[in-house]
Write a protein of this length. Structure first.
Length: 178
């Protein structure tokens, strides 16, 4: 039974929108971020985003169990369970692991999947996309480009102008109101 629920949760993130729903060094940004803060990106001399790394033991100390499961172990929260999927306020969605600004509320839309969905990130270099063949599906995983935290997946069934649907886990992000 629990495997059926897990499979249904994973498949739900692949559903098309319903018709009704239209840093490897110590100078890296701090990993403890309050829900009302954005940690601006830092760039190296070659104008590449400075990444941050931490051992799993440090992430376990900084994140709660669900955050660790999703951000560090590539888990997925249950559909319709996160605190951000119905958020309609104006502001910025940031990485819960490192505070990097990821998405604007201006690009958020109701996908009907139960997860926050966006049609583009704030900047393409703020997210990393990787091929994901897990659970017998072919998907594209989305990670925070700074800390490598798992955010969710991107699909090509989103609205215009991009046609993309970044299906993100609420537990992977914080929201900073304008």
């Amino acid at each position: 039974m629990k495997y059926s629920i897990l499979l249904l949760s994973l498949l739900a993130c692949q559903l098309a929108p319903s018709p009704q729903a239209a840093v490897a060094n110590s100078q890296a940004p701090a990993a403890i971020v309050s829900a009302d803060s954005i940690v601006p990106p830092q760039y190296d001399a070659q104008k590449r985003l400075v990444k941050m790394t931490k051992p799993a033991s440090e992430w376990k100390r900084l994140l709660n169990e669900q955050e660790f499961y999703v951000l560090r172990e590539e888990g997925t929260e249950r559909a319709f369970s996160g605190d951000l999927w119905k958020n309609h306020a104006q502001g910025t969605y940031t990485c819960r692991g490192c505070g990097l600004p990821l998405f604007s509320s201006d690009t958020k839309f109701e996908s009907g999947t139960g997860w926050p969905s966006f049609w583009k990130p704030l900047k393409p270099e703020y997210v990393t996309e990787n091929k994901d063949n897990g659970y017998g599906m072919v998907r594209v995983e989305v990670e925070c480009a700074r800390c490598g935290g798992h955010l969710g997946h991107v699909f090509d069934d989103g609205p215009r102008p991009t046609g993309l649907r970044y299906c993100m886990n609420s537990v992977s992000m914080d929201f900073v109101a304008q």
